[in-house]
Design a protein around this ligand. Structure first.
Ligand code: ATP
Ligand code: MG
Length: 382
């Protein structure tokens, strides 16, 4: 797929700016705080309806305005598509394809595919398990948009179940000495209520687990192969899904039963802690290099190689599943790679993956990159 143009209106520090992309690689160059990352963020929003930076939509809309818009013209194998995302400071969003408003935001996902790689992605290796879950969930959302709905359902059930556990915890005699009496508005808690939530949690949770397991099964060999190629040495990467409920086979009934069994095992601990201890919200994705956890392993360079391998694997996997190469968004990372890794990346993307790159200076780029790129200067949202 090819992003032909982007139009930002009242988005971040952009008042009204149209950008035409005229080469497979575009370098956005400018000083700090000029709007380079904002532009990539706009593309990320069109791809996933999420931004890894913003919490609230009011931060995305130009300060002092109540409404902002990101629009794009995308060329896909099936033909051109117009995407429009309208953001409001009150949080209400609307999306449209080819000027037709969509009733469900779900239908907007998966139209534009993009892989983003920024220096924040080092958190994938260094950060807590929630970073890896969020990464995996975002990838799944692009590959199978329905996953966004499944995950939402799971999180909804999880919140309800947690509220119930908390409520019960506060009613136990030793807890009531220290905690305020339960709120009068709390949910009705009858015998059997928890069991109902257990069944729902296991049903929704096992759908999440099975999809995550399946996608990692496809991604892992790609990442491992890239890692070998980039590190060019005897370092062996292993990517492994470590679900909280152990999966022995990809069978819905089996996974649900294992889930329910685990809930039984942890029942007393859950009562005590007043929160759900079993389920995909506590899963881990493990990265090991020569059998040592990558988080503890070695240098920044090695961690960067690992993230680069993961990103290249994502590109490939999306291309395989979607049938078209996704966009690659490189936010400030290229200058951090040594020339050898820069070249490996260049070889990997060729002109197949349209790439948007931000940088504060062109000096660190290989002539090959500069000669084959469209170069745009970004200054104060223009
Ligand atoms: P760096 O090189 O430091 O990464 P950058 O060019 O990537 O810089 P961006 O993050 O794209 O910078 O833009 C940051 C600028 O956008 C800041 O000046 C910030 O104040 C401004 N900005 C962010 N959100 C809004 C908003 N809602 N309204 C107006 N300006 C905003
Ligand atoms: Mg930036």
């Amino acid at each position: 797929m090819y992003l032909k143009s982007l139009h930002l209106r009242h988005f971040r520090n952009y008042l009204d700016q149209r950008v035409d992309f005229s080469a497979p690689k575009t370098i956005l160059v400018g000083n700090n705080a000029q709007g380079k990352s904002n532009l990539l963020e706009a593309v990320e929003l069109l791809a996933t309806l999420r931004s890894h930076r913003a919490g609230r939509d009011r931060d995305l809309v130009l300060e002092g305005e109540t409404i902002g818009q990101v629009a794009a013209l995308l060329e896909r194998d099936t033909g051109p598509i117009d995407l429009t995302l309208t953001l409001r400071s009150n949080g209400r969003r609307t999306v449209a394809l080819n000027s037709e408003p969509l009733r469900r935001q779900l239908d907007f996902l998966g139209v534009l595919n993009a892989v983003e790689f920024s220096s924040l992605d080092l958190d994938l290796v260094r950060g807590g398990p929630e970073k890896r879950r969020a990464w995996l969930d975002a990838l799944l959302t692009q590959l199978e948009p329905i996953y966004a709905h499944i995950l939402q359902q799971y999180n909804h059930i999880l919140r309800q179940r947690n509220a119930l556990l908390k409520q019960r915890q506060q009613r136990t005699p030793e807890a009531s000495l220290f905690s305020p009496p339960p709120e009068p508005t709390e949910a009705i808690d009858e015998p059997g209520t928890l069991e109902l939530w257990n069944t729902q949690l296991a049903a929704a949770g096992s759908r999440v687990i099975r999809r995550r397991a399946r996608v990692l099964e496809r991604l892992a060999p790609l990442a491992e192969k890239w890692h070998q190629e980039i590190s060019g040495s005897t370092e062996v990467l292993q990517v492994r899904y470590a679900p909280n409920v152990v999966l022995t086979e990809d069978d819905p009934a089996q996974v649900q039963q294992a889930f329910l069994d685990k809930i039984q095992q942890r029942a007393i601990a859950e009562q005590h802690q007043g929160t759900t201890l079993v389920g995909p919200h506590r899963d881990e994705v493990e990265f090991t290099i020569n059998q040592t956890p990558a988080r503890q392993y070695g240098s920044q360079g090695q961690q960067r190689t690992l993230v680069l391998a993961l990103k290249l694997a994502e590109l490939k996997l999306i291309e395989e599943v979607v049938g078209e190469p996704p966009l690659l968004l490189l936010d400030d990372v290229l200058a951090e790679l040594d020339l050898n890794r820069q070249n490996q990346l260049l070889d990997a993307i060729q002109d197949r993956f349209q790439t948007l790159i931000t940088t504060t200076h062109l000096g660190s780029f290989d002539a090959q990159w500069l000669n084959s790129s469209q170069i745009l200067a970004v200054r104060a949202g223009r």
